[in-house]
Design a protein around this ligand. Structure first.
Ligand SMILES: NC(=O)c1ccc[n+]([C@@H]2O[C@H](COP(=O)([O-])OP(=O)(O)OC[C@H]3O[C@@H](n4cnc5c(N)ncnc54)[C@H](O)[C@@H]3O)[C@@H](O)[C@H]2O)c1
Length: 251
Protein backbone atom coordinates (compact mmCIF):
# COMPACT_ATOMS: atom_id res chain seq x y z
CA UNK A 1 0.00 0.00 0.00
CA UNK A 2 2.58 2.53 -1.16
CA UNK A 3 0.04 5.31 -1.69
CA UNK A 4 -2.20 4.78 1.32
CA UNK A 5 -4.01 7.99 2.29
CA UNK A 6 -2.85 9.82 -0.85
CA UNK A 7 -4.95 11.60 -3.45
CA UNK A 8 -3.59 11.25 -6.98
CA UNK A 9 -4.66 12.99 -10.17
CA UNK A 10 -3.87 11.07 -13.34
CA UNK A 11 -4.52 12.74 -16.67
CA UNK A 12 -5.15 10.60 -19.73
CA UNK A 13 -6.27 7.73 -17.50
CA UNK A 14 -9.04 6.53 -19.84
CA UNK A 15 -6.81 4.05 -21.68
CA UNK A 16 -3.49 2.19 -21.73
CA UNK A 17 -0.59 3.67 -19.67
CA UNK A 18 -2.78 6.14 -17.74
CA UNK A 19 -5.47 3.53 -17.11
CA UNK A 20 -2.96 0.95 -15.83
CA UNK A 21 -1.42 3.62 -13.61
CA UNK A 22 -4.82 4.53 -12.17
CA UNK A 23 -5.63 0.87 -11.44
CA UNK A 24 -2.20 0.31 -9.84
CA UNK A 25 -2.41 3.50 -7.76
CA UNK A 26 -5.86 2.47 -6.48
CA UNK A 27 -4.54 -1.00 -5.56
CA UNK A 28 -1.76 0.79 -3.64
CA UNK A 29 -4.33 2.71 -1.58
CA UNK A 30 -4.63 6.03 -3.44
CA UNK A 31 -7.89 7.77 -4.09
CA UNK A 32 -7.68 8.52 -7.79
CA UNK A 33 -8.97 11.32 -9.98
CA UNK A 34 -9.24 10.23 -13.61
CA UNK A 35 -8.96 13.26 -15.91
CA UNK A 36 -9.55 12.80 -19.60
CA UNK A 37 -11.55 13.91 -22.63
CA UNK A 38 -12.54 10.32 -23.45
CA UNK A 39 -15.54 10.13 -21.15
CA UNK A 40 -16.67 6.54 -21.82
CA UNK A 41 -13.29 4.89 -21.26
CA UNK A 42 -12.50 7.17 -18.32
CA UNK A 43 -15.79 6.12 -16.65
CA UNK A 44 -14.78 2.48 -17.26
CA UNK A 45 -11.50 3.10 -15.41
CA UNK A 46 -13.48 4.51 -12.48
CA UNK A 47 -15.90 1.56 -12.47
CA UNK A 48 -13.00 -0.93 -12.56
CA UNK A 49 -11.41 0.78 -9.55
CA UNK A 50 -14.71 0.85 -7.65
CA UNK A 51 -15.41 -2.83 -8.48
CA UNK A 52 -12.09 -3.62 -6.78
CA UNK A 53 -13.21 -1.64 -3.69
CA UNK A 54 -11.07 1.38 -4.56
CA UNK A 55 -12.13 5.02 -4.73
CA UNK A 56 -12.04 7.08 -7.92
CA UNK A 57 -13.68 10.08 -9.58
CA UNK A 58 -13.87 11.21 -13.17
CA UNK A 59 -13.38 14.86 -14.06
CA UNK A 60 -13.84 15.67 -17.72
CA UNK A 61 -10.74 17.68 -18.61
CA UNK A 62 -9.05 19.04 -21.70
CA UNK A 63 -5.49 19.17 -20.38
CA UNK A 64 -4.51 21.84 -22.89
CA UNK A 65 -7.09 24.28 -21.48
CA UNK A 66 -6.07 26.40 -18.50
CA UNK A 67 -9.61 26.72 -17.17
CA UNK A 68 -10.12 22.92 -17.29
CA UNK A 69 -6.86 22.27 -15.44
CA UNK A 70 -7.66 24.88 -12.81
CA UNK A 71 -11.13 23.38 -12.32
CA UNK A 72 -9.67 19.83 -12.18
CA UNK A 73 -7.37 20.73 -9.28
CA UNK A 74 -10.13 22.58 -7.46
CA UNK A 75 -12.60 19.68 -7.88
CA UNK A 76 -10.05 17.12 -6.68
CA UNK A 77 -9.14 19.17 -3.61
CA UNK A 78 -12.78 20.00 -2.77
CA UNK A 79 -14.09 16.45 -3.18
CA UNK A 80 -11.15 14.46 -1.80
CA UNK A 81 -9.68 16.90 0.72
CA UNK A 82 -6.39 17.72 -1.03
CA UNK A 83 -3.88 16.59 -3.65
CA UNK A 84 -0.63 14.66 -3.06
CA UNK A 85 0.34 13.36 -6.49
CA UNK A 86 -0.13 14.70 -10.02
CA UNK A 87 0.63 12.46 -12.98
CA UNK A 88 0.59 14.41 -16.25
CA UNK A 89 0.18 11.48 -18.62
CA UNK A 90 -2.29 12.68 -21.27
CA UNK A 91 -0.53 13.10 -24.57
CA UNK A 92 -0.89 13.39 -28.32
CA UNK A 93 1.21 11.94 -31.14
CA UNK A 94 1.64 13.12 -34.73
CA UNK A 95 4.34 12.05 -37.16
CA UNK A 96 5.52 13.46 -40.45
CA UNK A 97 8.45 14.82 -42.41
CA UNK A 98 9.40 18.27 -41.17
CA UNK A 99 8.83 19.81 -44.62
CA UNK A 100 5.25 18.47 -44.75
CA UNK A 101 4.37 19.01 -41.13
CA UNK A 102 1.45 21.33 -40.56
CA UNK A 103 1.90 24.25 -38.15
CA UNK A 104 -1.44 23.42 -36.53
CA UNK A 105 -0.20 19.90 -35.71
CA UNK A 106 2.99 21.34 -34.18
CA UNK A 107 0.85 23.66 -32.04
CA UNK A 108 -1.44 20.81 -31.01
CA UNK A 109 1.49 18.71 -29.76
CA UNK A 110 2.89 21.64 -27.82
CA UNK A 111 -0.51 22.36 -26.24
CA UNK A 112 -1.35 18.79 -25.26
CA UNK A 113 2.15 17.66 -24.24
CA UNK A 114 4.31 20.30 -22.47
CA UNK A 115 1.65 22.98 -21.93
CA UNK A 116 -0.49 20.52 -19.97
CA UNK A 117 2.45 19.79 -17.65
CA UNK A 118 2.92 23.52 -17.11
CA UNK A 119 -0.79 23.95 -16.35
CA UNK A 120 -0.77 20.93 -14.04
CA UNK A 121 2.03 22.53 -12.03
CA UNK A 122 0.64 26.05 -12.14
CA UNK A 123 -2.77 25.06 -10.80
CA UNK A 124 -1.78 21.95 -8.80
CA UNK A 125 1.27 23.12 -6.84
CA UNK A 126 -0.69 25.39 -4.45
CA UNK A 127 -2.64 22.31 -3.31
CA UNK A 128 0.53 20.19 -2.93
CA UNK A 129 2.00 23.00 -0.80
CA UNK A 130 -1.08 22.90 1.43
CA UNK A 131 -0.26 19.22 2.14
CA UNK A 132 3.36 20.03 2.99
CA UNK A 133 4.74 18.46 -0.18
CA UNK A 134 3.99 16.01 -2.95
CA UNK A 135 5.14 14.39 -6.14
CA UNK A 136 4.66 15.39 -9.78
CA UNK A 137 5.30 12.76 -12.44
CA UNK A 138 5.36 13.95 -16.04
CA UNK A 139 5.12 11.31 -18.73
CA UNK A 140 7.69 12.25 -21.35
CA UNK A 141 9.10 9.72 -23.83
CA UNK A 142 12.25 8.10 -25.15
CA UNK A 143 11.54 10.46 -28.07
CA UNK A 144 12.35 13.38 -25.76
CA UNK A 145 15.90 12.04 -25.44
CA UNK A 146 16.54 10.37 -28.80
CA UNK A 147 15.52 11.59 -32.23
CA UNK A 148 13.99 9.60 -35.05
CA UNK A 149 12.66 10.30 -38.55
CA UNK A 150 9.17 11.81 -38.60
CA UNK A 151 9.39 12.66 -34.90
CA UNK A 152 10.62 16.28 -34.89
CA UNK A 153 7.50 17.83 -33.39
CA UNK A 154 6.73 14.98 -31.00
CA UNK A 155 10.37 14.82 -29.83
CA UNK A 156 10.43 18.59 -29.32
CA UNK A 157 7.24 18.42 -27.28
CA UNK A 158 8.51 15.57 -25.10
CA UNK A 159 11.99 17.09 -24.73
CA UNK A 160 10.31 20.27 -23.50
CA UNK A 161 8.63 18.21 -20.77
CA UNK A 162 12.03 16.96 -19.59
CA UNK A 163 13.57 20.45 -19.49
CA UNK A 164 10.47 21.85 -17.80
CA UNK A 165 10.53 19.11 -15.17
CA UNK A 166 14.20 19.64 -14.31
CA UNK A 167 13.58 23.36 -13.72
CA UNK A 168 10.37 22.63 -11.82
CA UNK A 169 12.23 20.21 -9.53
CA UNK A 170 14.80 22.89 -8.71
CA UNK A 171 12.09 25.47 -8.07
CA UNK A 172 9.92 23.29 -5.83
CA UNK A 173 12.46 21.29 -3.86
CA UNK A 174 12.32 23.70 -0.91
CA UNK A 175 8.55 23.07 -0.76
CA UNK A 176 9.19 19.32 -0.40
CA UNK A 177 7.63 18.81 -3.84
CA UNK A 178 9.47 16.43 -6.17
CA UNK A 179 9.13 16.48 -9.96
CA UNK A 180 10.37 13.68 -12.22
CA UNK A 181 9.72 12.25 -15.66
CA UNK A 182 9.05 8.77 -16.90
CA UNK A 183 10.34 8.16 -20.43
CA UNK A 184 8.75 5.07 -21.95
CA UNK A 185 10.18 3.60 -25.15
CA UNK A 186 7.96 1.79 -27.65
CA UNK A 187 4.78 0.68 -25.88
CA UNK A 188 2.28 -1.25 -27.92
CA UNK A 189 -0.80 1.01 -27.86
CA UNK A 190 -2.87 2.68 -30.62
CA UNK A 191 -1.15 5.93 -29.61
CA UNK A 192 1.66 5.06 -32.03
CA UNK A 193 -0.55 4.77 -35.11
CA UNK A 194 0.71 8.02 -36.70
CA UNK A 195 4.33 6.84 -36.25
CA UNK A 196 3.52 3.39 -37.65
CA UNK A 197 1.86 4.97 -40.68
CA UNK A 198 4.95 7.15 -41.25
CA UNK A 199 7.13 4.01 -41.12
CA UNK A 200 5.01 2.37 -43.82
CA UNK A 201 3.05 -0.04 -41.66
CA UNK A 202 3.11 -2.41 -38.73
CA UNK A 203 5.56 -4.89 -40.29
CA UNK A 204 8.18 -2.17 -40.72
CA UNK A 205 7.66 -1.04 -37.16
CA UNK A 206 8.12 -4.60 -35.89
CA UNK A 207 11.35 -4.93 -37.88
CA UNK A 208 12.60 -1.64 -36.44
CA UNK A 209 11.74 -2.79 -32.90
CA UNK A 210 13.69 -6.02 -33.44
CA UNK A 211 16.69 -3.98 -34.60
CA UNK A 212 16.76 -1.17 -32.02
CA UNK A 213 15.26 -2.64 -28.84
CA UNK A 214 17.78 -4.92 -27.08
CA UNK A 215 14.95 -6.77 -25.30
CA UNK A 216 13.51 -7.40 -28.77
CA UNK A 217 9.92 -6.32 -28.23
CA UNK A 218 7.66 -3.41 -27.35
CA UNK A 219 6.69 -2.74 -23.75
CA UNK A 220 3.22 -2.91 -22.25
CA UNK A 221 1.32 -0.34 -20.14
CA UNK A 222 1.68 -2.78 -17.20
CA UNK A 223 5.47 -2.40 -17.51
CA UNK A 224 5.34 1.43 -17.39
CA UNK A 225 2.86 1.94 -14.53
CA UNK A 226 5.23 0.62 -11.79
CA UNK A 227 7.82 3.23 -12.80
CA UNK A 228 5.22 5.96 -12.39
CA UNK A 229 4.24 4.47 -9.02
CA UNK A 230 7.88 4.49 -7.91
CA UNK A 231 8.26 8.20 -8.67
CA UNK A 232 4.88 9.05 -7.15
CA UNK A 233 5.54 7.20 -3.89
CA UNK A 234 7.91 7.78 -0.99
CA UNK A 235 10.07 4.93 -2.34
CA UNK A 236 11.75 7.62 -4.48
CA UNK A 237 11.89 10.25 -1.70
CA UNK A 238 15.49 11.31 -2.53
CA UNK A 239 14.89 11.58 -6.27
CA UNK A 240 13.90 14.77 -8.09
CA UNK A 241 14.58 16.33 -11.49
CA UNK A 242 15.20 12.91 -13.07
CA UNK A 243 14.13 10.89 -16.08
CA UNK A 244 13.28 7.25 -15.44
CA UNK A 245 13.80 5.55 -18.80
CA UNK A 246 11.76 2.37 -19.38
CA UNK A 247 12.62 1.46 -22.95
CA UNK A 248 13.76 -2.18 -23.20
CA UNK A 249 17.35 -0.98 -23.34
CA UNK A 250 17.24 1.32 -26.40
CA UNK A 251 19.07 4.24 -24.85
N1 LIG B 1 2.65 4.28 -26.40
C1 LIG B 1 3.94 4.61 -26.46
O1 LIG B 1 4.75 4.00 -27.18
C2 LIG B 1 4.46 5.74 -25.63
C3 LIG B 1 5.86 5.91 -25.57
C4 LIG B 1 6.38 6.96 -24.85
C5 LIG B 1 5.54 7.83 -24.18
N2 LIG B 1 4.20 7.64 -24.25
C6 LIG B 1 3.35 8.60 -23.53
O2 LIG B 1 2.50 7.94 -22.64
C7 LIG B 1 1.29 8.70 -22.49
C8 LIG B 1 0.11 7.77 -22.65
O3 LIG B 1 0.17 7.14 -23.91
P1 LIG B 1 -0.64 5.80 -24.27
O4 LIG B 1 0.24 4.97 -25.11
O5 LIG B 1 -1.24 5.23 -23.04
O6 LIG B 1 -1.75 6.41 -25.25
P2 LIG B 1 -3.32 6.64 -25.12
O7 LIG B 1 -3.76 7.28 -26.37
O8 LIG B 1 -4.00 5.38 -24.70
O9 LIG B 1 -3.41 7.66 -23.90
C9 LIG B 1 -3.47 9.04 -24.05
C10 LIG B 1 -4.63 9.55 -23.22
O10 LIG B 1 -4.59 10.97 -23.24
C11 LIG B 1 -5.92 11.43 -23.47
N3 LIG B 1 -5.86 12.76 -24.07
C12 LIG B 1 -5.35 13.13 -25.26
N4 LIG B 1 -5.50 14.44 -25.45
C13 LIG B 1 -6.11 14.92 -24.34
C14 LIG B 1 -6.55 16.20 -23.92
N5 LIG B 1 -6.36 17.30 -24.69
N6 LIG B 1 -7.13 16.33 -22.72
C15 LIG B 1 -7.32 15.24 -21.93
N7 LIG B 1 -6.94 14.00 -22.27
C16 LIG B 1 -6.35 13.85 -23.46
C17 LIG B 1 -6.54 10.38 -24.40
O11 LIG B 1 -7.95 10.43 -24.38
C18 LIG B 1 -5.99 9.11 -23.79
O12 LIG B 1 -6.79 8.62 -22.74
C19 LIG B 1 1.38 9.84 -23.50
O13 LIG B 1 1.81 11.02 -22.87
C20 LIG B 1 2.46 9.37 -24.46
O14 LIG B 1 3.14 10.45 -25.07
C21 LIG B 1 3.64 6.62 -24.95
Amino acid sequence: MQLEGKVAIITGAATNIGRETALLFAREGARVVVADLNEDDAQNTVVEIEDANGEARFVRTDVSEAEDMRALMEAAADELGGIDVIVNNAGAQRSGAVTDFDESEWDLLMRVNPRSCFLGAKYGVPYLRERGGGSIVNVSSLAGLKGGPGMTAYSASKGAIIAFTRALAAELASDNIRANCVCPGWVDTPFNEPAIEFMGGRENQETMVQQVVPLGRQGTPEEIAPGILYLASDASSYMTGQELIIDGGVL
